[in-house]
Design a binder for this molecule. Structure first.
Ligand SMILES: NC(=O)c1ccc[n+]([C@@H]2O[C@H](COP(=O)([O-])OP(=O)(O)OC[C@H]3O[C@@H](n4cnc5c(N)ncnc54)[C@H](O)[C@@H]3O)[C@@H](O)[C@H]2O)c1
Length: 450
């Protein structure tokens, strides 16, 4: 379903009217287009502490236009406020800020940039996870970065986004993958997030096809977000296996054929679903995306046992049972990536969705609890929590709820299936084992549960 308000707000009359009435004025977000090669098309500015040097080691693979401000990393041209080009991407290393007094460097660095950002600019602050620091003042300074970055993300205009990446020990040399995602339009609908990175043994070798040679299973792949995930994983080089229920067989097979993949028709709640799946994956699997999901909304007072059971069975029990079976049977390879489609309902709660929110929160809990146990085999498990995404699922919402879902975020609009798919594709990469046991929100910094 298209968002007509975004079209109106970007028309010449609409733009003026929206401004005069003080209404939200969402911009058209820049998104990754097929055939594009460089993550950043425009000026990249980096500055701050020692990790800026690490970034400058690969910055020329991100863009041709590299600038520095403050410190002087090699290979960069000095950026002068008011004279330099508009900035498309910014990285500031705040990992060495360990005292309250040093936090003013944030204001000093970012203030001159704020009126010099390009359309859909992507900003990243690098820091350290406070819980890994023994000095309480240092931990406090690093925690301060969270409040700063979430607030600054809300002040960005014209589709700008900002994330804080907490770089763990050993992960300093592995920043290219995350920055290729968070500084590019692939992360158009991700903002205000705090991401923890740890060191990871496996790395991407070919950035044009980062999933080359990997076999990926996507459940609920016949339409909506699942179809987009399958397309994006295939674009990135994965051999895709698309799964959906029998009534969706025609769409499923057509998409699988177009992507050069294979299809499996299966109800993931069937009693023998695990056995059937294992039989269909004799060569093992490297990426599993548990995307299939349903809603059966009712307030708890009116919730039938059937509605409750159906949602918990599809959304939570099936991913648990199937993942365990794939692990126990040795079907899931070492260094596999498991991605669970949660929802911000599972973080914030939502009226009429006690069943759905319970199932989605359960998935986030599953990722958190399973991640440390799977680390030994290099397997990562994460949840992706979409906010309001334009699909058939949200097209059926009542008008008021649909509008609230779209506008109550920093970007003032709903996301597209492609936005969720890009996040999943990043989490599926070999190098993203550095990110595990976490929930990545793809919600335009929705105010819900923020
Ligand atoms: N659309 C949103 O705004 C939004 C927001 C947050 C989370 N999500 C989550 O993202 C995922 C995809 O959402 P969507 O909007 O694309 O939904 P959708 O309803 O368009 O597609 C879901 C797919 O899952 C399949 N499916 C359902 N039950 C199944 C079963 N038992 N076995 C196999 N396949 C089954 C359906 O046939 C369908 O093709 C879901 O898990 C959903 O909860 C969506």
């Amino acid at each position: 379903m298209s968002d007509r308000y975004v079209d109106f707000a970007n028309s010449s009359i609409g733009h003026r009217l929206v401004g005069a009435l003080g209404l939200p004025s969402p911009v058209r977000l820049e998104r990754w287009q097929a055939g594009r090669l460089r993550p950043v098309e425009g000026a990249l500015l980096s500055g701050g502490g020692p990790l800026a040097e690490k970034v400058s080691a690969f910055a020329n693979r991100l863009t041709d236009a590299i600038y520095s401000y403050g410190a002087e990393p090699s290979l960069a041209t000095a950026w002068i406020p008011g004279h330099g080009p508009k900035l498309k991407a910014v990285v500031f290393d705040a990992s060495d800020l360990v005292q309250t007094d040093q936090l003013k460097q944030l204001r000093e660095f970012f203030q001159p940039l704020m009126k010099n950002l390009d359309h859909s600019a992507h900003l990243v602050i690098l820091g350290r996870a406070p819980q890994t620091l023994s000095d309480p003042f240092a931990a406090s300074a690093q925690r301060a970065l969270e409040g700063f970055s979430r607030s600054l993300a809300k002040e960005l205009r014209s589709g700008g986004t900002l994330q804080l990446i907490q770089v763990g020990e050993g992960a300093e040399d592995q920043l290219e993958g995350p920055l290729r995602f968070f500084l590019s339009p692939k992360s158009a609908f991700v903002s205000g997030q705090v991401i923890r990175l740890e060191a990871c043994d496996t790395q991407v070798t070919d950035w044009t096809r980062p999933l080359s040679g990997r076999k990926a299973l996507v459940t609920g792949a016949a339409r909506g977000i699942g179809a987009s995930i399958a397309e994006t994983l295939a674009r990135d080089g994965a051999d895709v296996i698309l799964l959906d229920v029998a009534p969706a067989k025609t769409d499923l097979e057509a998409l699988a054929a177009r992507l050069g993949g294979r299809s499996i028709t299966l109800d993931i709640c069937a009693e023998d679903a695990a056995a059937q799946l294992i039989e269909q994956l004799p060569d093992g699997i490297d990426i599993v995306v548990h995307n299939a999901g349903i809603t059966r909304d009712k307030t708890l007072a009116n919730m039938t046992p059937e509605f409750w059971d159906a949602v918990l069975a599809v959304n939570l029990n099936a991913p648990q049972v199937l993942t365990k079976a794939l692990l126990d049977s040795g079907t899931l390879s070492d260094n596999a990536r498991v991605i669970l489609l949660a929802s911000i309902s599972g973080i914030a709660g939502n009226r009429g969705q006690t069943n759905y929110a319970a199932s989605k929160a359960g998935l986030i809990g599953l990722a958190e609890a399973w991640a440390p146990l799977l680390k030994e085999r290099g397997i990562s498990i994460n949840a992706v929590a979409p906010g309001f995404i334009e699909t058939q699922m949200t097209a059926h919402l009542p008008f008021g709820l649909r509008e609230a879902g779209r506008r109550m975020s920093s970007l003032g609009q709903g996301g597209l299936p492609q936005d969720v798919a890009e996040a999943v594709a990043w989490l599926a990469q070999p190098g993203t084992g550095a990110f595990t046991g976490q929930a990545l929100r793809v919600c335009g910094q929705s105010v819900l549960g923020a």
